[in-house]
Structure formats: structure tokens, C-alpha cells
Write a protein that binds this ligand. Structure first.
Ligand code: ATP
Ligand code: MG
Length: 285
């Protein structure tokens, strides 16, 4: 409980680099319901408040509306950092990020956050029921069983949920005596189901398939293509079997955008992407 009270007492602005949410009724530009043009990053550089070295360096990237874009790069390249900037957990130190041509700070912060649904690499595992774990993705509909089941199905989580004795009413995690733990992959599918609850036009998945087996990985990608057909989807993956399904691929290396294009274009280019892809592919031959 002490941790809980510490959190409640915390002043959001005491966190280094935290952004101020503007008061309600602030006359900012309303966020578009659907993305028309896309997201553009122009010469974006970023240094974490506690660091002196920039993590992102002069990065330029266009994410067209409705496309499925993959971001690849080695550990520590800056991929997750890039995503944090898209949801305005931080603002770039230099350069700008715009949604449909409007710089992100011109939108209402709460609205912007609502229009971006993210599954983080270290996604949350709530010691609550299955229903609540998924429903929390759209808090006003947390009781809506049909919607929750729909999202679970899309994330491929419905089959293991139906095998649980209490189904959607099963308590998860080890905090409570009756709690049941899930496998890593099952927890990941719960997190994806939660993201599918959201009506946000932008869906971001940081390593969505890291804990999934090869068959589930493939099914998931097909579901994303179906469930999020109209959405702009950005995903990060180290698995090239997933990456190659993207419409467009951006390669980040040491905070810089080094290559962009389709899978075929990047293979033909014979650069960083081709090298990484071939190293992984060669293990299967
Ligand atoms: N909150 C933070 N404060 C300071 N430095 C950070 C913070 N988060 C990440 N970094 C640093 O930023 C760099 C990029 O990290 P980031 O998490 O963006 O990499 P990544 O490309 O997502 O890597 P991975 O593939 O391992 O997930 C790393 O060197 C990391 O140490
Ligand atoms: Mg990361």
C-alpha cells in the first residue's frame, strides 16, 4: 500500500522531462478521428534528461496513414525511445514530429494519448480477472463482455481463456490465492487483446511477437492486418519473419535512420537490413 500512496502523492511534474497536460477546455486543435496523411518525423534528435549523449540523432521518417510499418535495429538502437516520443512521453530535443501535418504539441495531450494505443515491450500484467485485464484497454467498456471477447479472439487469446475453469472471470497473477499464472506468450496475448479494445487510429506494438511461438506469430500478424486494416500500425520486431510482412520497413542504427523501404527493396540494397535478415534466415537453411 505504501507504494500505492507514494504514487498517488507524486506530482507528475516532479518527474524529469515530464510534459504538462493542459487544463480541460484548452483550445488546442482537436485530434483527427482517423489519420489522413500520416505521422512524420523531421530531423528528430532526442537526449534523455539524465543523459548527455543523444539517443536519437537527426532522424527523419514518414509513416503513411493506414500502413503497417516495421522498425528494426539492434538492441539499444533507440526503437522504444522513438515510440515514447510518438505518444509524447517526451518531446524531441530537436526537430519535430507531426500528425497530419500538425506538430504534436499543438494537439491536446490527453486526446493525443487516447489516439495512440501501445503495447510496450514490458507490458503490464494486472493481477485482476481476464475480463478486467483486457477491458482496461477501453476503461469505459471494461464490463462489456462481447467487446472483450472480440478483442481476445483477435489476439488469439480466446482459446486458452476458454480452457480456464472460470473463463473470463478467472483471476490472474499470484497476488491472490485463487490467482492463476499464465505463460509468457499468454500474457503477451492478453496485452495485445487489451490494445485491440482501443478505438485509437494508431496502434503501436513493441515486440508483439517476442514471446509467441512461430504459428501464433503468423496468426497474430494476419489478425492485425484484419482487425487493424484501417489503422496506422507501427511495430518493432527482432523476428524477420514478422518484419517482412510489413508494408514498409525502417532500419534504425545507433539512433539514426539508416535504411527505409520494402522488404524486397532493402534486400536488394544489400545493406544493414539484408545482413540482419540473412543472418537469421541462414539458421533455417
Ligand atoms: N529512461 C531512460 N533514461 C535514460 N536512458 C535511457 C532510458 N531508456 C533508454 N535509455 C537509453 O537509450 C538507448 C536506446 O534505448 P531503447 O530502449 O530506445 O532501445 P531499443 O532500440 O528499444 O532496444 P531493444 O531492442 O533492446 O528494445 C539505450 O542506450 C538506453 O540505455
Ligand atoms: Mg526496445
Amino acid at each position: 500500500m505504501r507504494r500505492y500512496f507514494d504514487l498517488v502523492d507524486m506530482d507528475p511534474l516532479s518527474v524529469d522531462g515530464a510534459l504538462k497536460a493542459l487544463p480541460d477546455g484548452d483550445s488546442r486543435i482537436p485530434i483527427p478521428k482517423s489519420v489522413q496523411d500520416g505521422i512524420s518525423l523531421t530531423n528528430v534528435s532526442f537526449t534523455y534528461p539524465i543523459n548527455s549523449e543523444p539517443v536519437l540523432k537527426n532522424l527523419t521518417l514518414k509513416i503513411p496513414a493506414g500502413k503497417k510499418v516495421a522498425i528494426v535495429g539492434v538492441n539499444g538502437a533507440g526503437k522504444t525511445t522513438l515510440i515514447k516520443l510518438l505518444a509524447r512521453f517526451y518531446d524531441p530535443t530537436e526537430g519535430r514530429i507531426a500528425l497530419d501535418g500538425v506538430p504534436l504539441p499543438d494537439y491536446d495531450l490527453q486526446q493525443l494519448r487516447k489516439s495512440v494505443s501501445i503495447v510496450f515491450q514490458d507490458y503490464a500484467r494486472y493481477d485482476l480477472t481476464v475480463q478486467e485485464n483486457i477491458g482496461i484497454g477501453r476503461i469505459e467498456d471494461i464490463e462489456n463482455r462481447a467487446l472483450v471477447e472480440n478483442s481476445a479472439q483477435a489476439a488469439g487469446a480466446d482459446s486458452f481463456i476458454s480452457r480456464l475453469k472460470k473463463g473470463y472471470d478467472t483471476v490472474l497473477g499470484k497476488t491472490f490465492d485463487e490467482g492463476i499464472d499464465l505463460s509468457g506468450g499468454e500474457w503477451q496475448q492478453m496485452a495485445i487483446a487489451r490494445a485491440f479494445m482501443s478505438e485509437a487510429p494508431i496502434l503501436i506494438l513493441d515486440e508483439p511477437t517476442a514471446a509467441l511461438d512461430a504459428l501464433k506469430e503468423h496468426d497474430l500478424y494476419e489478425e492485425i492486418a484484419r482487425h487493424a486494416a484501417d489503422k496506422t500500425v507501427i511495430f518493432i520486431s527482432h523476428r524477420f519473419s514478422t518484419v517482412r510482412m510489413a508494408d514498409y520497413i525502417a532500419v534504425v542504427d545507433d539512433g539514426q535512420m539508416v535504411e527505409q523501404g520494402t522488404h524486397d527493396e532493402l534486400l536488394a540494397l544489400g545493406g544493414t537490413y539484408a545482413k540482419m535478415f540473412n543472418v537469421q534466415a541462414s539458421r533455417y537453411v
